[in-house]
Ligand binder design. Sequence first.
Ligand SMILES: [Zn+2]
Length: 648
Amino acid sequence: MAADLGVLNDDLQEKVKSSRILVVGAGGIGCELLKNLVLTGFKDIEVIDLDTIDVSNLNRQFLFRKEHVGKSKAQVARESALKFNPDGKIKAYHDSVMSTEYDTEFFKQFDVVLNALDNRAARNHVNRMCLAADKPLVESGTAGYLGQVTVIKKGLTECYECQPKPHQKTFPGCTIRNTPSEPIHCIVWAKHLFNQLFGEADPDEDVSPDTEDPELAGDAGKQALQSEAKEDTVGGIERKSTRIWAQETGYDPMKIFNKLFRDDIHYLLSMESLWKKRRPPEPLDFDSLPNTGGSSDNMNLIHDQRIWSVQECADIFKQSVDLLKSELQKQGDAGILVWDKDEPAAMDFVTAAANIRAYIFGIPIKSRFDIKSMAGNIIPAIATTNAIIAGLLVMEALKILSGNINDCRTVYLNRHPNSRKKLLVPCMLDPPNPKCYVCSSKPEVTVKVNTTSMTVKSLEDKVIKGQFGLVAPDVELDDGKGTIIISSEEGETEENAAKPLSFFGIKNGSRIKCDDFLQEYNLNITLLHVDKLEEEKEFEVVGDVSEVQARAAEASAAAAAAATTVSSFTPSNTAPDNSASNNGQGQTEIDDEDDLEIIEDEEEEMIVETSAISRKRKADEVEEPASKKARKLNSEQVNEDDDAIVVL
Ligand SMILES: [Zn+2]
């Protein structure tokens, strides 16, 4: 143990032996971290992780072996790490860190908290718990070759949420439904189609032509709709839910094919204004398919890497629909299938449907392999990146324990050495953002919504929990009466859920007070009424810094394009990275996630984002206040809008 070898000075040696450490996450980073902690001489460690070990973890989570598959990560990691030092004491929790058992008192027991997490919700939560308990937190994250570590201390540094996080990049519905121009648009459409046909249907994932496309100036869309109504035999199909229609046809693959790829495309063509400046799509008929689209020189490649011809896509579409149909039937009347990239029929279905649609719109067809990585958001998880980041976590923890928190840094691991030939670039920690809606003394935000259409349930799920990260909020109106519209006690305010905000007298300028007892966190929200927001958004945080930065980044994107090496990829609101795998909400590793959307670039690389702090990444600067870097970044390669980087 390093602490016994005289590597550390006496004082620190004693601190290492006596300190209590909480490790949150026992996945990619967590395994390396536990091993490092034990070998450094730490003796009192607690580790928490919700996940169980998957066979796909074994290539990099070296505390786990084949015989551990299916067991608790935290428990097996504990057993394996103790073998390095049987004198150590490690307590393992197979649980979510967001559970109410881990309250402020729990966090107060520790000298340092080390995060090895993979999703934003849990990171936000641990951030708040450490602020409430006033304990130092060392944050970490990796994505492919990139990684970073930073230190968060109440009142001294930025908290995890001081800088607004980039928003999820979504594609406008009309691009997906009417005018795809990139393979990813077709892949997203095909995944939506899967859910419409076999999964949990979401009205936001409609795959039919969208007659409300803003590009349809005047009433072109309506005309199209009327002409369709007249001859509502466009394929003999009335406008009804895709699912019901498919059920009525008995999931006949050919009928489904012709509806989606022939009739719907004819229908899109009738929206003429869409095609004035675009290549119009070309409908396909199942019975007369071109045997083209594939590339003939790829016959030596394995099935997954070949580009299939349109005929092959149609054949595989048919086979996969048949298979999925029987899977669905096995589940009984209310059964649904959940899309999984590792489920062959589900992956075949998405590959075939996406490629057929791509062909129709003149978009390059992709191999099953490529589509799998785009649809499943696979970012390579690299053991060495995790190992480096886990080492840095311990280094920062040692500085904290030595009482030298001012020496702590945000350290970035770069893909390539910078101009000073450094792969690891330290940056000064920034002071707290006085306007932070989490760590400022009076957290306040302003949100634009349509108060007559947004329901209390949407406010709770999308704004208060989704956007602002409260876990179990109580929400009262600031109306002088203290009317409670949302209670954290189950069932207490159920009847309010479906009512619009206006029902409670909420109007432009109304204020609500949100309180999360577990996080010891209060947030006041001022609601501004708007009739409609851009891009079908349901709400907008006013003055959100990330919006402003995103626009600035966009402006400089062209200049930066030449230097850009990444394809970008955007997080969902859980924004995982591909590293550790504890989480509070049952998400698994990035390669098992499917709720993220990717934008592909020519370069075959995908990078995950997650943290606003990542915006400060600036390879060529050392020891400079990070805020300065943030300002300089607009001319950098990082496309903030697309969250091109890592992670905390
Ligand atoms: Zn903050």
